[in-house]
Design a protein around this ligand. Sequence first.
Ligand SMILES: [Zn+2]
Length: 487
Amino acid sequence: MSLVIYNTLSKKKEEFKSIEPNKVKLYLCGPTVYGLLHIGNFRGPIFFNFARNWLEKSGYEVNFTYNYTDIDDKIIKKANEEGVDSLVISERYIEEFKTDFKRLGLREHTNNPKVTDYVKEIVEYVETIVKNNHAYVVDNEVFFDISSLESYGELSGKKIDELSAGERVEVDNRKRNPGDFVLWKPAKEKEPSWDSPWGKGRPGWHIECSAMIKSILGKTIDIHGGGIDLIFPHHENEIAQGVGCNSCKYVNYWMHNNFINMKGEKMSKSLGNIIPGRVFMDEYHPEVLKFLILSTHYRSILNVSDEKIEQTFSGLLRVYRAIKSADFVLENFENNNEGKPNKKLSSLLADLDNKIEKSINDDFGTGELFAAIYDAVRTFNALNLERKKKDINSYPTAKLFKEWISGYGEMLALFNENPESFLLEVNELFLKQKNIDKNEVLKLLDGRKSAREAKDWEKADQFRDQLHNMGIDFSETGDSVEWFVKV
Ligand SMILES: [Zn+2]
């Protein structure tokens, strides 16, 4: 079965065909490093981490390149405010990004180029565009001439004559067309600069990605990703540069992920609802952020609400409890090699594998994958293996389930935590969030235990009701009690 991808360029789903057999060149626009990234910035890295894993599972070798924009007005502004070199700022926030990235448990990219390491290549790239008559120089500044390219606007659907003054494009009389954009700009005072045929200066915003793509991946790449806010002008201009320099197709498949909204509103500075990824992970858990992002189709808006977070927690708990139960069997039961995995479960998992493959191959439909995981968990739980120590089939059944869920977990970068510690961590989080006194819970559980030992059932029931009223659920097996805060 082949993979079909929605291509922003054609606005259609297209069958994926790689340029080289079994190889994929994937580029994702990375962050401008001058502050902590918010949760919306993590949607791309989390989704494309999964997309890469799926491509690899489908037999492709993937070169995943993700850049750092380490030279930019905002970085320079911050550096001047602090009185340090702009590299001090960019290096600081690259490290901060790496910390968040590691905490999310995402795979390292094949390449993480920094713009300042590619200035020579950028200058050469701009020179070629000028030589090809797609750019012109005014006052040591190089502009791309969008009217020189008939296809300009093909990605965003914008027409050149629409890009007239007033539409957020600054009026600059030196430009041939109002929509012409800067490839190279002269350095101002207190700005880092590099030598170029047009004097000391620095690259415009869009040129870096085109130049790094050519240097690292080649003139034409398979997949270019980014948030939908980058379609115009950034990606439109990247195409113009690519075609202007290399006279060939720039990208075969354009993939754009949608926004994250908070409680129905777009995240914005003025609303004060921008949440740094790190703050979100502290308040909830990295697993919650990944689960939220991956269980929503990448082209849909992800609406984060309290209700959605609660649903996510309850989904995660369901999966982790099942993994814990499988681990219990694998650690405590004997594997005597004669048993066979439960038939109902094994045929269900095979069936689910097919469904998942079909749905992911249809433009990375992850919804079906999560539904399948719940389905598998439900069926596994119903087998009640923890109580079937003597059954020789218990061990191979638990092993099958564990391997199945770990396989998809690895692909999603989810469900890889130690289940015991994850469940404890979430429990502590809920105690805090719901303001429940843990000592009080332990006291009531103790009281119930004593009452049961004394066969004082009425009293034991009272303790039970008190615990339930506090929002605590528990299960008793013999002498041991497991308790948790209800979601
Ligand atoms: Zn870019």
